[in-house]
Every structure is written in structure tokens, then in C-alpha cells.
Design a protein around this ligand. Structure first.
Ligand code: 5GP
Ligand code: MN
Length: 327
């Protein structure tokens, strides 16, 4: 049984630990990458041995973050030391650690969890869950303070990226007063907002720009105009000269169309098909679509990976969405 604790209790627990591995989720995003890296800097400032483990390593979108070059690819990399303590950060369930990540997490005698996914039922020995936090980065700001570490500019940059990317740069409905307060702490500690947001939101590679065009060219919409979907195949990545993480954010273009309530982007994976799901409130895409299909996520941003070809996976998902819309 996993015990639910406060951030202060997690801080006390971490103070007593060493040889710490910080884990992010499969297809690491800005929050998973920025939050693990910020905590890594804080633990090192405390004199602890620590490492960040991300499946596939640092996504290239975030390879400029301080410490990104020291990230261990959980799937392929060699470990700098044998960890005794496992801390999962922004990982909604044990499965989302990935195959090697799960094994490494389980091999540690001490296991903690820090997360903000409402669907997280808790794993490891103890967990902190704040389902209202816009990003785990918000919680890491508090955790670093509870650890007694002063936020430096490296932590600040990582945390600003974590917070900003998970709330659509302070645009989504998950943005709350604490989100701004946490971001303000990062700016006070030296995070350069103009530079970071230019890199994140106002700069894109040729490959990503081409991919955006290709995904939008394949757009389909239901007869009532409420559901929009598209496909992203490995073949498209090749001819666009794009990377997998270049898909991030493209689904928003589908959701932002007038009248659309739910958007789906289907992507090829070696396990089958990954479906990214987005909704406009009050439609709850985690509860009504992702969970029934075996996935998870947030009310308005969720996902699931189905072990089936893309067309079958899309058909199945669209059927679940249609039923949910009729409720
Ligand atoms: P994205 O569509 O950006 O990959 O993911 C949005 C959210 O959905 C993530 O924060 C994550 O919680 C959840 N999610 C995405 N893919 C999966 C998946 O394959 N399985 C589960 N359980 N959750 C997912
Ligand atoms: Mn997150």
C-alpha cells in the first residue's frame, strides 16, 4: 500500500535518502523533463548523488535546459551509479515509467511519487498528489523550498519550462493563482521569460512546420462538427524530416476549431497506436474516453496506447467518444 503524504513529509523523507534516481514518464514532456531536472539540481545542491532517468533521453525540444546533457536514457543508457531511492515525477501510473524504468524503479528499496494527475492511484511507498496543480513544476517549487534549498537560475529555468508548458503558457483552465506564484518565484530566481517562451512557442524547425502542415492536411471531422481527428505516421515524420516530439501541440489546432469539442491525434508506436486526446470543458476526456480504453491523463488532455493498427484504434476511440457525447 502506498501512503499519501504532504510535500513537507516528502521533503523530510528525501533529506534522509541518497543515491536518488528521478524518473519521468514515457514520451517525456516539458513538465516531466523540467521538473526532474530542477529536482536533480536541488538534490545535488544538498550534496546528494542523483540522476535523471527519462525514457528515450531528453526530448530535443528541451535539450538546452541546464543539465539536459546529463540525463540518462532509461531505455538505452548506462547508469552512473546504482540508485537506492526512486522518485517518480509527473508519472500518472507505474506503467508510464516504461519497461526499463519500471524495473529500475522497482529495484530501489525506497520509492516515492510526486504527481498532479487526478487519475494517479499512488504507487511506491509514499506519494504526493495534488490533482489541481497545473504542473508538477508547481509542486517542485514548494518541494525545493521545503528541502531548504535556495532556487538558483538553473532550477528556475527548468521549473519555468515545466510550469509554462503544462498550462499552455498560462492559458489553460488548469492555470490557478499558485501557478502564477510558482512561476513568479522562477522569474525572481532568474528565469528569462522572453527568451524561454521564444524558444518554446515562437520558434520551430522546418521539420516541425512541415509536420504541422501534413497533420492538418489529413484532418477529418464528424458530421456534427464536434469531433476532429488526424493521423501522424512514421512515414510522415520521414518525409517531413521531423522528430516524434515535433508532434507536441499540433493537436491543439484540431481542438481550436469552432464547434469542435473533442480532438484526437493518432500516432504510430511500436506497441501499436498512441492516441492523444484533447477536449473543451465540460467534456472530460480522461474519465469518459482514456480511462475506459485503459489510458489516463487530465480532464481536458489525456491519452491511451492501444495494441492495434491505427485505423482500428481510431475507430474504437471514435466510437467511445460518440457514446460519451450522447450522454
Ligand atoms: P499527450 O497527448 O500530450 O501525449 O498526453 C496528454 C496526457 O495524457 C499526459 O499528461 C498523460 O497523462 C496522458 N497520456 C498520454 N498518453 C498516455 C498513455 O498512453 N497512457 C496513459 N495512461 N496516459 C497517457
Ligand atoms: Mn505534468
Amino acid at each position: 500500500m502506498s501512503q499519501r503524504v504532504t510535500i513537507e513529509q516528502l521533503a523530510e523523507w528525501l533529506k534522509a535518502r541518497d543515491d536518488i534516481a528521478l524518473f519521468g514518464h514515457l514520451s517525456p514532456d516539458g513538465d516531466a523533463t523540467g521538473s526532474t531536472l530542477a529536482l536533480w539540481h536541488a538534490l545535488r545542491a544538498m550534496g546528494k548523488q542523483a540522476m535523471v532517468c527519462l525514457p528515450g533521453g531528453t526530448p530535443s525540444l528541451y535539450d538546452w535546459l541546464p543539465g539536459a546533457d546529463r540525463v540518462v536514457d532509461t531505455e538505452a543508457g548506462t547508469l552512473p551509479f546504482v540508485p537506492q531511492t526512486a522518485m517518480s515525477v509527473d508519472v500518472s501510473e507505474h506503467e508510464r515509467l516504461g519497461e526499463k524504468g519500471k524495473r529500475l524503479f522497482d529495484s530501489c528499496p525506497f520509492q516515492g511519487v510526486l504527481d498532479h494527475h487526478k487519475t494517479n492511484e499512488g504507487f511506491g511507498q509514499l506519494y504526493v498528489l495534488d490533482g489541481d496543480a497545473a504542473a508538477v513544476g508547481e509542486l517542485v517549487v514548494d518541494l525545493i523550498a521545503a528541502l531548504g534549498v535556495e532556487m538558483d537560475v538553473k532550477m528556475a529555468e527548468c521549473l519555468f519550462v515545466a510550469i509554462s508548458t503544462d498550462c499552455g503558457n498560462f492559458n489553460y483552465s488548469n492555470t490557478r493563482p499558485q501557478t502564477f506564484r510558482a512561476a513568479a518565484r522562477c522569474v525572481e530566481a532568474g528565469a528569462n521569460v522572453a527568451k524561454i517562451t521564444e524558444d518554446l512557442y515562437r520558434t520551430r524547425s522546418l521539420g516541425r512546420t512541415r509536420l504541422l502542415g501534413a497533420v492538418l492536411a489529413g484532418l477529418e471531422i464528424s458530421p456534427d462538427g464536434k469531433v476532429a481527428w488526424s493521423r501522424l505516421t512514421d512515414e510522415m515524420l520521414r518525409y517531413c524530416g521531423a522528430h516524434r516530439e515535433d508532434s507536441e501541440g499540433i493537436i491543439n489546432y484540431l481542438l481550436e476549431m469552432i464547434g469542435v469539442e473533442v480532438a484526437v491525434l493518432a500516432m504510430e508506436r511500436k506497441e501499436g497506436t498512441k492516441l492523444s486526446l484533447r477536449a473543451k470543458a465540460p467534456f472530460n476526456v480522461a474519465r469518459d474516453v482514456a480511462l475506459p480504453l485503459g489510458g489516463g491523463g487530465h480532464d481536458c488532455a489525456a491519452g491511451v496506447t492501444l495494441a492495434m493498427p491505427m485505423e482500428d484504434a481510431l475507430k474504437k476511440t471514435l466510437t467511445v467518444i460518440r457514446k460519451a457525447l450522447q450522454k
